[in-house]
Design a binder for this molecule. Structure first.
Ligand code: ASP
Ligand code: MG
Length: 455
């Protein structure tokens, strides 16, 4: 059994779903469970309709719902073949319910997290319904299963936490046998509480669903089909010309995700990591590209660095205090302030009398500095960037830092840090040096490529 997850762009239209159908057809003998996101930008539009309704703009809200209805009907019915009339009825029923909900919210003028989830869930309920019809019309025996009966969560609506001891037995006892019989189609992102209230796992939650379902059915592989070829040796938004990384470890992928390369959020694959199930990143528009395979164990590679990631628009705070010398509790005092203002710190370096750290959300910068200045001197530098070399072999290969800094000899490098995982080497530079720095590092570390690892 495998899990095949398709994101919003992969199911945005009837043509896109036809591509999905071909991709699933090729994997049929591996008994896929297909997990889908809502079509295109449906979730955004549903949430917008909900907000418009809550703000009392009933007609605007209803017209957004209407636009979604038309889109789902046109694209869905194009795929359903002889069952089109039946699908038409189902889609209309969902939208009638949605109309009523939106009207109700506009009357009350209030949107609770619970009704937010009820509305947001419609995207995945519909996309999984439509994809099921599309498969059957194409001759693939398929059944849609309502994820809300399997993905049981707590009641933190809009950010619900899965309850694994409820979920895994359900998936094992009902989804796994069903997948032996025919292709199972499930909506990502959605779940329900024990007493049947609809919940969602948070925006972008379908990858998480795929990973939970893969772990629950004991899948041999989880395929995440998206609109990029996989992970690259460098961030294409900063420096083009990166090469595809064919194999990477979960730990490396997590480091990359943390600093910018947003292909996959590391937390979403935790259930897969725990069960040691490989995760593949694949491109539904170029299904023959082999993508990136993420596994627990590293594959041997002659390249110490797997990828260079970076993050722009970073702010560095330098905090100095002579009183810090020999004073315990100083770091605690600093971090408590960041914590209080919900501002997360990315990189930290300390000396005997100073602490430098980076943040990327500056909404509360003024308040934070105000508090820090009560016991220290603070200077703030904006327009900085973090660059990070990532690779399991960095720890086993002497001289990586030497090579990196040699290449960057004419740049001002700050706040060098090697994470505890020992598989990253990060530092801060001025944002204006970012492109030239990453280009130079890319040439240094990726001119010769191990063909087993890179494409
Ligand atoms: N449709 C949901 C969202 O847009 C979940 C997902 O796509 O992963 O956030
Ligand atoms: Mg998505």
């Amino acid at each position: 059994m495998i899990v095949m997850k398709f994101g919003g762009t992969s199911v945005e239209s009837s043509e896109a779903i036809e591509r999905v159908t071909c991709i699933v057809q090729r994997e049929r003998r591996r008994h896929p469970v297909v997990v889908v996101s809502a079509m295109g930008k449906t979730t955004n539009k549903l949430l917008l309709a909900a907000r418009e309704a809550a703000a009392g703009r009933r007609d605007q809200a209803l017209s957004i719902v209407d636009e979604l209805r038309t889109h789902h009907l046109i694209e869905g019915l194009a795929l359903a073949g002889p069952a089109a009339a039946e699908l038409d009825r189902y889609i209309r029923t969902h939208f009638e319910w949605l109309d009523e909900l939106v009207k109700g919210i506009s009357i009350v003028g209030e949107l609770s997290p619970r009704s937010t989830d009820a509305i947001a869930s419609v995207g995945e309920r519909l996309s999984s319904l439509i994809v099921g019809y599309a498969f059957r019309a194409a001759g693939i025996p398929a059944q849609q299963m309502d994820s809300r009966q399997f993905i049981i969560t707590d009641d933190s609506f809009t950010q619900a936490q899965p309850i694994f001891e409820e979920i895994y037995p359900r998936l094992r006892d009902r989804i796994a046998p069903a997948a032996e019989e025919s292709v199972v189609v499930m909506g990502g992102y959605i779940g329900s509480t024990r007493d049947g209230q609809t919940t969602t796992l948070g925006r972008g939650g379908s990858d998480y669903s795929a990973s939970i379902i893969g772990a629950g059915i004991g899948a041999e592989e989880i395929q995440i089909w998206t609109d990029v070829d996989g992970m690259l040796t460098t961030d294409p938004r900063i420096v083009p010309g990166g090469r595809r990384v064919k194999q990477i470890t979960f730990a490396e992928a997590a480091e990359l995700a943390y600093f910018g390369a947003k292909v996959l959020h590391p937390a979403t694959v935790a259930p897969a990591v725990e069960k040691n199930i490989p995760v593949l990143i694949l491109n539904s528009q170029r299904p023959d590209v082999t993508g990136t395979r993420i596994t627990a164990e590293p594959a041997p590679s002659t390249n110490p660095v797997k990828s260079i990631s970076c993050k722009r628009d970073i702010t560095v705070l330098n905090i100095r205090s002579t009183r810090m010398l020999l004073a315990h509790g100083f770091l605690h005092r600093i971090f408590e302030i960041f914590d209080r203002f919900h501002t997360s710190v990315d990189m930290v370096s300390t000396s005997e009398v100073s602490v430098s750290l980076t943040i990327d959300h500056t909404e509360h910068l003024r308040e934070i500095c105000g508090e820090l200045r009560q016991f220290s001197d603070v200077s703030v530098e904006t327009g900085q960037a973090i660059v990070c070399l990532v690779g399991e072999n960095i720890r086993h290969t002497p001289g990586i830092a030497g090579r990196a800094f040699q290449v960057l000899h004419d740049k001002n490098i700050r706040m060098i840090s090697q994470g505890a995982s020992l598989l990253n080497l990060g530092f801060v530079i001025a944002e204006q040096d970012l492109v030239s720095a990453v280009t130079a590092l890319h040439t240094e570390f990726f001119s010769k490529l191990d063909p087993n690892i890179f494409d």
